[in-house]
Design a protein around this ligand. Structure first.
Ligand SMILES: Nc1ncnc2c1ncn2[C@@H]1O[C@H](COP(=O)(O)OP(=O)(O)OP(=O)(O)O)[C@@H](O)[C@H]1O
Length: 504
């Protein structure tokens, strides 16, 4: 292709092309950047473009005449232009913070014909990077957090301190972290607080993302074992073949390839503290028997050892599966079920406590802001109403994810209903239409509902209580009646069924 045509008159010589390229790039930077200025070899400002002038008031300079002719350090605090003049090395991207704000800047030396530095050019690529570069900064903040976590875990493994090995920590949450003041949330916290006072096993039952793990931490933190370790095992996440070693540990040199020092299992690591067994419904059946024996005897037998090791652990188990149904189907041992089912707590799904949504949104937004180094996203009223109407099958975890994605996409840090709809659709959920009280302003228990005849309201409450207790106990009527503090006969009567003697 010819370089020199009438339509595109490119110079033919290399020098000409270079000069043209330099001029074009200079113009590009001048228009695309937020501002530019030039200093001579002594560091004196000799030129400033139109864009840069708007920073002058924040730098405390009243006119361009007070800027041009001054030494760069006098008017731009923290500038690194002098280093560029002295070393001749460009700084392509840097953050500069001074009284005018934080800026992403470039500094490029200017060379004379003989190759020597004769000055430098300063370019403000972005101002307010905390908003313009938000996705980048958020990503960086997240990577930094992950790096910090990994470093902490590594340091603790090295020093073999049980408090910070993977899954071994002091409790991260207390009851104050469990946000919610609706009747359902208050009741679950009441039950969990009572459970914290006891040494018996606790079984947390509830859909995914309802806060079972958070409650397990809180129970530990409020128990007499709070100074001991909190150790968790997510049974669904560990391959079946590794679970036994994970639970009970491995004796030194137990098998070819086993470490000479052996490995402590989670039971031993949790000694004196709480062992949280998450997704207990996924426990393989051969291990169920071993877990039952360990719980009954208070002793474990590490793999490859024939010695029994005592442990002192309080077990909190959790599952999102219907454990009673698993027992009925022969997939979960009944004796283990009863061993764990001493203090069952049903953790309600979010749709049963919609009144908590505004408070949860506020707490989650603050937490997101803290973790990502941003201002908390602010939800407009239509956005809150939309959130209040969703089914939330993934419960609070899903709410958190939706908020996080919406906040990351919003350029203004306010989130409206349309942005949320988009996020919901992209995660495969068809958004439900907002309902008038969906923002949680009303709990649904007040207003017109409270003015209905008392008998109607009492009957409705009774129906809901029985349904909830039946579901918690997998349809077991005896356990349901006990839970509700009524006789089995009363339960049948309220359910409108004849008393069945064969029923448990
Ligand atoms: N009441 C609450 N207040 C504030 N945050 C909550 C609450 N409940 C849950 N969360 C947050 O929601 C997320 C999911 O909670 P958590 O992991 O405890 O749920 P889970 O029931 O154990 O879920 P899974 O069954 O999937 O393990 C976490 O980020 C947790 O901090």
């Amino acid at each position: 292709m010819p370089l020199h045509t009438d339509a595109s008159p490119l110079p033919l010589d290399a020098q000409g092309i270079l000069e043209l390229a330099a001029r074009s790039m200079f113009q590009l930077f001048s228009t695309m950047s937020q501002g530019m200025f030039l200093v001579d070899l002594s560091g004196r400002i000799v030129w400033v473009n139109e864009g840069y002038r708007r920073f002058l008031p924040d730098l405390g300079v009243h006119s361009v005449h007070d800027f041009v002719g001054r030494m760069v350090e006098e008017v731009i605090p923290n500038t690194q232009m002098r280093q560029v003049l002295e070393t001749g090395q460009p700084v392509l991207v840097d953050l500069l913070t001074n009284k005018a704000g934080t800026f992403v800047v470039s500094r490029i030396p200017l060379h004379g014909d003989d190759g020597r530095v004769i000055g430098a050019i300063g370019i403000v690529l972005f101002d307010h990077p905390e908003t313009t570069l938000q996705p980048l900064i958020a990503k960086f903040a997240q990577l930094q957090r992950e790096l910090d976590d990994a470093r902490r875990e590594l340091a603790a493994q090295r020093s073999r301190l049980p408090v910070a090995g993977p899954g071994v920590r002091r409790a991260k949450h207390t009851f104050a972290s469990f946000v919610g003041a609706s009747p359902a949330a208050t009741e679950v916290k009441r039950q969990a607080r009572r459970a914290a006072q006891s040494q018996s096993p606790v079984l947390l039952l509830g859909e995914t993302g309802t806060g079972k793990e958070l409650l397990a931490h809180a129970i530990h933190a409020a128990s007499t074992r709070s100074q001991g370790p909190f150790v968790s095992v997510n049974i669904a996440a560990v391959p079946d073949t590794l679970l036994e070693a994970e639970f009970f540990g491995v004796a030194p040199g137990a098998y070819t390839g086993a470490s000479v020092r052996g490995r402590e299992g989670k039971f031993k690591l949790a000694d004196g503290g709480t062992l949280f067994l998450d997704e207990i419904g996924d426990m393989p059946s051969n291990l169920q028997a071993k877990l039952l024996r360990a719980l009954q005897e208070g002793e474990i037998e590490p793999l490859g050892s024939n010695q029994l090791v005592p442990f002192d652990v309080r077990v909190v188990a959790a599952t999102s599966r219907d454990l009673a149904a698993l027992v009925r189907d022969g997939l979960f041992r009944e004796d283990l079920f009863y061993r764990l089912h001493v203090l069952p707590i049903r953790v309600p799904p979010l749709r049963e406590r919609r009144a908590d949504i505004p408070a949860l949104v506020e707490a989650l937004a603050d937490d997101l802001a803290l973790r990502n180094g941003i201002a908390p996203p602010e939800l407009l009223p239509d956005a809150l109403a939309l959130l209040g109407a969703q089914a939330w099958r993934g419960n609070i975890r899903e709410l958190r994810n939706v908020l996080e994605q919406a906040a990351m996409r919003s350029e203004t840090l306010t989130v409206d209903a349309e942005q949320l709809r988009q996020v919901l659709r992209e995660s495969g959920v068809e958004p439900a239409a907002p309902t008038p009280d969906a923002g949680g302003a009303s709990t649904g228990d007040d207003g017109a509902a409270l003015l209905r005849p008392l008998a109607v309201q009492v009957a409705e409450l009774e129906r809901r209580a029985i349904a909830a207790a039946l579901s918690l106990h997998g349809g077991n009527k005896l356990a349901t009646a006990r839970h509700l503090g009524i006789s089995r006969a009363t339960l049948y009567e309220r359910m409108g069924q004849p008393l069945a003697n064969t029923d448990k």
